[in-house]
Design a protein around this ligand. Structure first.
Ligand code: PLP
Length: 459
């Protein structure tokens, strides 16, 4: 890699999308109408949209050119074969099962591998992943290292699985009562924290010794590979593609959202090596997604994803991506804003408890912070705390995660340095007014994945 400034864009801009600049009064009304839930805002009322990096990325000219080459045949589209080749080149699994997005793949894997009552350990839950595991009758159990729950811990691989916790689950529940273990790389809800190669290798050894399958949530595997390259001894000279291959080689299969690493707006896939596992997923993909050669995607979308996959595992592209997160992180950190440390891959996470110590978690601390940031500066972020964590399916009690955060997620290739300056200025202004703020009460609560549609009132 060259020593070129990593913040300098490795692309230039060919097309622009105008955004609306609004007043604080306008945003206060919009927030009220949205029930103080940033998911319910209209996107046109948002100035800088850092809700998610999912499907919000800018495609390259090469990807747009691919859109024009969609083979929309119902069966055997040539774009499917391009996607299969790209997946094998980047990850190395034998079988590809395309899906409309990541959660489609999660449903296929959960249905194939979980018998009701079985346990599914994982390195911190992810919302849709856990939902599908529970719908298939499984019970999620968190086996991430303790450091992941501590926003101030500076360990380089806070996404790691705690091998002792995993071993304890095996001993207590018995290996046959464990459906599989999921390793998320990077760990979204822990702040985009990576998992080391050493940890993936050791988890794989322990799991396989006990006859337990390992499933990778490969949604941000290329970002994880970048962190392994720069933080783990022995990988500096390896390419992201080589590192991805090694990570995947320790696992039995993967689910992947195509809306993140690949700069695409839609798509996903499941992948595996075992023929029977693939057959099972293919028999379900035709019921829930679409034929096994399109899985809910148009041919053109598969082409854009195939091209995006090959582009994204470029070292310079990934270094720029992470540099944008680090730039915003540094601006906020210098101003004393409490952040999840160290900076992760796909965004900056603010520790809402430390930002608003006067607002208890039961009054939705992070939800309120996400709302206030929108009211102050028109920037949309996402709650990743008690609202996202939902309720225990058995007891009905709210899960109370240790991390009560908001996520400022960086879409790939979309915003510039001055946008990040505006975000930081707005949040710093709010931080000065933090003592004035009170919490929220929930006035509408959906049963599943409540954070998407819940509504609130100000206390
Ligand atoms: C986005 C995401 C998913 C789900 O993928 P969708 O494409 O949104 O269905 C799964 N796991 C992780 C870590 C994600 O970030």
């Amino acid at each position: 890699m060259s020593t070129f400034n990593p913040m300098a864009e490795p692309y230039k801009i060919k097309m622009v999308e105008p955004v609306k600049i609004t007043t604080r009064e306008f945003r206060q009304n919009a927030a009220k109408e949205a029930g103080y839930n940033t998911f319910l805002l209209r996107s046109e009322d948002v100035y800088i949209d850092l809700l998610t990096d999912s499907g919000t990325n800018a495609m390259s000219e090469n990807q747009w050119a691919g859109i024009m080459l969609g083979d929309e045949a119902y069966a055997g589209s040539k774009n499917y074969y391009h996607l299969e080749d790209a997946m094998k080149e980047c990850y190395g699994y034998k079988h590809l099962v395309p899906t409309h997005q990541g959660r489609g793949a999660e449903q296929l894997v959960s249905k194939a591998l979980i018998s009701p009552g079985q346990w599914v350990p994982g390195n911190m839950y992810f919302t849709t992943t856990r939902e599908h595991q529970e719908l298939a009758g499984g019970q999620f159990v968190d086996v991430i290292v303790d450091a992941a729950h501590d926003p101030l811990d500076e360990s380089p691989f806070k996404g790691n699985v705690d091998l002792n916790k995993f071993e304890k689950v095996i001993k207590e529940q018995g290996a046959k009562n464990i459906a599989y273990i999921t390793i998320g790389v990077t760990v979204n809800l822990a702040g985009g924290q990576p998992v080391s190669m050493q940890n993936i290798r050791e988890v794989s050894e322990l799991a396989h010794k006990n006859g337990i399958k390992v499933i990778l949530d490969a949604t941000r595997a290329m970002e994880n590979a970048y962190f392994i390259k720069v933080r783990e001894k022995g990988y500096a000279a390896k390419s992201i593609k080589e590192i991805c291959h090694e990570m995947c080689g320790y696992t039995d299969g993967a689910t992947c959202s195509g809306k993140k690493d690949f700069h695409t707006n839609i798509g996903g896939f499941a992948a595996c090596n075992d023929d029977d596992f693939a057959t099972h997923m293919r028999s379900n993909v035709v019921v829930y997604e679409g034929l096994q050669t399109y899985g809910g995607m148009a041919g053109r979308d598969m082409e854009a994803m195939a091209r995006g996959m090959l582009e994204a595992c470029d070292d310079v592209c990934m270094r720029h991506r992470v540099a944008q997160s680090e730039y915003l992180w540094n601006l906020l950190d210098k101003a004393g804003i409490p952040l999840v440390r160290p900076c992760g891959g796909h965004g900056v996470f603010i520790d809402a408890r430390a930002f608003y110590p006067q607002i208890p978690q039961e009054q939705y601390t992070a939800q309120k912070l996400a709302n206030d940031i929108y009211e102050y500066c028109g920037v949309r972020s996402m709650e990743r705390g008690i609202v996202s964590a939902g309720r225990d399916k058995v007891t009905g009690h709210e899960h109370k995660p240790k991390l009560e955060t908001i996520r400022l997620t960086i879409p790939r290739r979309v915003y510039t340095q001055s946008h990040f300056d505006v975000v930081a200025e707005g949040i710093i202004e709010l931080y000065k007014d933090r003592d004035k703020m009170k919490g929220l009460k929930m006035v509408y609560e959906p049963k599943a994945l409540r954070f998407f549609q819940a509504r609130f009132e100000k206390l």
